[in-house]
Design a protein around this ligand. Structure first.
Ligand SMILES: *[C@@H]1O[C@H](CO)[C@@H](O)[C@H](O)[C@H]1NC(C)=O
Ligand SMILES: *[C@@H]1O[C@H](CO)[C@@H](O)[C@H](O)[C@H]1NC(C)=O
Ligand SMILES: *[C@@H]1O[C@H](CO)[C@@H](O)[C@H](O)[C@H]1NC(C)=O
Ligand SMILES: *[C@@H]1O[C@H](CO)[C@@H](O)[C@H](O)[C@H]1NC(C)=O
Ligand SMILES: *[C@@H]1O[C@H](CO)[C@@H](O)[C@H](O)[C@H]1NC(C)=O
Ligand SMILES: *[C@@H]1O[C@H](CO)[C@@H](O)[C@H](O)[C@H]1NC(C)=O
Length: 511
């Protein structure tokens, strides 16, 4: 009987070990990991592979390396290297290997990703600061179970592969600090489980991806430090959104309404114009709001300062005007307020006179008057701020630009129409006169048709009159009529010196 227990014990023990051994990482998966180490040119984070003879799945996870397995395949692979790109960006990266900054020129991103896709069970993949360079291959989508994909701080460039949109399980997609430099893709609609999208510090162009508005699970959208422009859509449908970070782009619409759930909204260093929507004063979860360095005007909603959760509020460097109500109640968590470099006037509300250390307040560069004398952070003279109230500042640059573009288009259309009518009426003359190219040659101009020459109405009209002498049968716009309509082709009649100063105008943009 005693032996029976002994054998049972041995049996159970051996059963345990045999089960354990079936959990051993498949040989092929181990081979893939070793191959990846070679492709990555033996980074220090993978040095442990060398001395480790046991199953790689049993490595204790660290900040630099984490491997998790299920059954006998790898489900999670996180490697963090120590390439410099983590902090600053390399200015001289132009798509090729940079010594000591990227993996050497023998690195092939295509082979690397091909090998990577043999880890077919991967759900979490994070390869950060490894000096990986090249365009990200489309075949990354073969890792169809991916829930987390983080390739930050590498040297990936070109476009974000459209097939990423087939990774239906994706919850976190992070491609920060790379060199992606094409148009911002707008294919995110199928990724209905996506909660975090972060493409910070790339060179993406184009507009905000409207397909994001359909992803109800989104909590974080970070597209800061790119070259995005245009308008922001109505984001109120994103009822779980916590973080919206679009700093340092070129967005130039009015501010959209925000979902009630937002905690952090960073929109500084863009060209947002118009007033801050009063709806911002109802965002009860809001803790951090940075709208600095835009072209926001009007009076800031006073409720912004009293939000229950607000702690960081930066409205500096705009053209906000009017006054803030004196009897303002600052939110109890408000620790930092910057309203400097605006056109605010009136009395600084007492809760913003930072007497205690608990609240930092910057208000310089306005026309505010302050009760306690020593605090008068260089305020401007009242007349500086009055200008803004007279309505002269209402038109912002982009509106002016649009107006100019329309005027120029109308002008060019009239000109083209005139020339067209002329040619139609004098079709027999046309080959003899060879209008515009001839004009250019006459003028000894070296390059094509210059716009200055085109607007040199007198010159054109002389030429046209020469042609007009031969026929009088056809009704057409005379150049005098065109001149009348366009005020002698004088663009300055339309642009001139606006109330906000001289508008410089680059003709070449419109040719
Ligand atoms: C993107 O960057 C790469 C590498 O610097 C360059 O070769 C390519 O021309 C760039 N593409 C665009 C559209 O700017
Ligand atoms: C770059 O690497 C080379 C060796 O490959 C080394 O001699 C040089 O000091 C390194 N430069 C910097 C700035 O680290
Ligand atoms: C979204 O995630 C849930 C739970 O993780 C999962 O059941 C569902 O299949 C996912 N949806 C898609 C479209 O993958
Ligand atoms: C949102 O995420 C939850 C898990 O957090 C998931 O169960 C749900 O399916 C997702 N919603 C949609 C619309 O995919
Ligand atoms: C924004 O969208 C919500 C619903 O998604 C709608 O109720 C609201 O009227 C919209 N607001 C504006 C200003 O378009
Ligand atoms: C905002 O404040 C309310 C009430 O003080 C609190 O219940 C809530 O958790 C806060 N929200 C955040 C995101 O901290």
């Amino acid at each position: 009987m005693r032996y029976f227990y002994f054998y049972l014990y041995i049996f159970v023990l051996s059963l345990f070990f045999s089960i354990h051994s079936t959990h051993q990482l498949q040989f092929s998966q181990t081979q893939v990991l070793l191959q990846l180490r070679k492709y990555l040119q033996y980074p220090t984070s993978l040095q442990v592979f060398q001395s480790y003879n046991d199953d790689l799945c049993t490595l204790t996870p660290s900040q630099h390396l984490s491997i998790k397995c299920e059954g006998n395949s790898v489900t999670e692979l996180k490697i963090m290297g120590d390439y410099n790109n983590k902090h600053g960006k390399v200015s001289n990266f132009n798509g090729f290997a940079v010594p000591n900054q990227t993996l050497s020129k023998t690195f092939s991103i295509d082979s690397f990703v091909t090998t990577l896709t043999r880890l077919t069970s991967l759900r979490v993949l994070s390869l950060v600061s490894l000096g990986i360079w090249g365009p990200l291959p489309d075949k990354i989508h073969r890792l169809s179970l991916l829930q987390v994909l983080d390739l930050s701080s590498n040297f990936l460039f070109g476009s974000i592969p459209p097939k990423i949109a087939t990774l239906m399980n994706l919850q976190i997609l992070t491609l920060d600090r790379n060199y992606f430099n094409t148009t911002m893709p707008d294919f995110f609609e199928p990724l209905c489980n996506l909660s975090i999208l972060s493409f910070k510090k790339n060179q993406l162009k184009g507009s905000f991806p409207f397909s994001l508005c359909k992803i109800k699970n989104l909590t974080d959208i970070s597209l800061a430090h790119n070259e995005l422009s245009g308008a922001l859509p109505n984001l109120t449908a994103l009822s779980r959104l916590h973080v919206l970070d679009l700093m340092e782009n070129s967005f130039h619409s009015r501010l959209p309404l925000m979902p009630k759930s937002v905690v952090t909204v960073l929109l500084s260093k863009n060209s947002f114009a118009g007033e801050i929507p009063s709806q911002f004063g109802e965002l009860s979860q809001l803790q951090n709001l940075d709208l600095s360095s835009n072209r926001l005007s009007g009076a800031p909603p006073s409720l912004l300062f009293s939000l229950t959760n607000i702690s960081y509020l930066n409205l500096a460097n705009n053209v906000l005007s009017g006054s803030i109500p004196e009897k303002l109640n600052c939110g109890s968590k408000l620790g930092f307020v910057d309203i400097s470099s605006n056109m605010l006037s009136g009395l600084l509300p007492s809760c913003l006179e930072s007497i205690s250390d608990r609240r930092v307040v910057r208000f310089g560069g306005n026309c505010l008057s302050v009760n306690s004398q020593p605090q008068n952070q260089n305020q401007k003279h009242g007349s500086y701020c009055e200008e803004s109230n007279s309505g002269k500042m209402k038109f912002w640059r982009w509106e002016i630009d649009a107006a100019i573009a329309i005027i120029v288009l109308v002008f060019l259309f009239l000109l083209a129409f005139g020339v067209f009518l002329y040619r139609k009426c004098h079709s027999t003359e046309i080959y003899r006169h060879e209008m515009l190219p001839k004009i250019v040659q006459d003028n000894n101009s070296t390059t094509g048709v210059s716009f200055e020459l085109l607007v040199s109405a007198r010159y054109i009209s002389q030429k046209m009159n020469l042609g007009a002498q031969t026929t009088t049968t056809c009704r057409h716009f005379s150049i005098e009529e065109l001149k009348e309509i366009t005020r002698n082709f004088d663009l300055s009649a339309y642009i001139g010196e606006g109330s906000i100063g001289k508008v410089s105008f680059d003709y070449s943009k419109y040719l």
